[in-house]
Design a protein around this ligand. Structure first.
Ligand code: FMN
Length: 307
């Protein structure tokens, strides 16, 4: 049997394996079920910290759908100032034993730059992910669906930090290839493809939208073929790493993403179904590599492009 190496390097982010939670879908502290060590993860991705203090959206914020879930949480946030002053990175995340990625959001390119500048001194961060794609807050979605805004957001954020910068994109665009190229040209070190798809549920008894925010973002297995295709397209458009995120429920899903070109993957909605899904995905990737004699992730990344 060959020795397999699952490690992945994205800028200054050194991961022992390519698996991390998607932002907003996992709790590392109070509500962590304690079923496995957080140090088993490739990275720890925090829930988005917004530039401003935000209460989040009206409830209900979550709706179950066939093969997925809709959420309209709306980034409740203590704001970046309180996040820094509260020393949360040192107190809550430093000891977890995996590299920490802070996800940030803001209504303007300048707000994103401020977030990045305020985090720049921290030695507890391996990377910053720009949430340019939240469909549930004012300008959230526009940040990565409007070409000029996207360019300005990544350019400003880049000026604000020396940390590895990941631009998280919206899938709600016609041409993902063009959008990820804009992020690359503006200085992103990697792109995450993608956030959730706009959708809604209507309560037929009340005869009105079920979610307090009316619309929400669809995630879970329903979106996997859609986002997988976007990752496939993104991989051909940029030379920076692509992180795949959308509907990963098992190791086979993650492997499909890597074959499509993803350097790493994020697991979101699946964590609500099975809190052990991430270690299972990690073990399943290792088993696949052993079976197929792949010594490292790079040896099968993007193989699906060989036609
Ligand atoms: C309850 C919930 C909260 C989320 N919060 C955030 C967030 O704060 N920041 C962000 O970038 N994405 C957020 N997302 C989107 C996920 O990170 C991920 O991009 C999306 O759910 C698609 O992956 P999945 O199909 O594996 O869930 C959230 C998703 C869910 C379901």
């Amino acid at each position: 049997m060959i020795k397999t190496d699952t490690s992945v390097v994205i800028g200054n982010l050194h991961m022992k394996n390519p698996v991390m939670p998607a932002s907003g879908t996992y709790d590392y502290n109070e509500n962590n079920p304690g079923l496995f060590s957080m140090s088993d993860l490739g990275a720890i991705m925090l829930k988005t910290v917004h530039h401003d203090i935000r209460p989040g959206n009206k409830s209900p914020r979550i709706a179950e759908t066939s093969a997925g879930m809709l959420n309209a949480v709306g980034i409740p946030s203590i704001g970046i100032h309180a996040f820094i002053e509260g020393k949360y990175l040192e107190k809550k995340y430093r000891s977890l034993g995996a590299p920490v990625i802070v996800s940030v959001s803001g209504g303007t390119p300048e707000a994103l730059r401020t977030c990045c500048e305020m985090l720049d001194d921290s030695e507890d961060i391996a990377a910053i992910e720009l949430n340019l794609s939240c469909p549930n807050v004012g300008t959230g979605l526009q940040l990565s669906s409007d070409k000029k805004l996207l360019h300005d957001c990544v350019t400003e954020a880049r000026k604000g930090t020396r940390h590895t910068l990941i631009a998280k994109h919206s899938p709600n665009v016609t041409n993902i290839a063009k959008m990820v190229k804009i992020s690359e040209d503006a200085g992103a070190d990697a792109v995450t493809v993608a956030n959730t798809y706009m959708g809604m549920v209507i309560d037929i008894k009340a005869k009105k939208p079920f979610l307090g925010n009316k619309q929400g973002g669809l995630s879970g297995p329903a979106i996997k073929p859609l986002t997988l295709y976007k990752v496939f397209q993104a991989y051909e458009a940029v030379s920076i790493p692509v992180i795949g995120c959308g509907g990963i429920m098992c190791a086979e899903d993650a492997i499909e993403y890597i074959l499509a070109g993803a350097s790493a993957v994020q697991v979101g909605a699946a964590n609500f179904v099975d809190p052990m899904v991430m270690p299972k995905v990690i073990r399943g990737i290792e088993a696949y590599m052993e079976k197929n004699q792949f010594p490292d992730i790079a040896s099968f990344r993007g193989l699906a492009h060989q036609m």
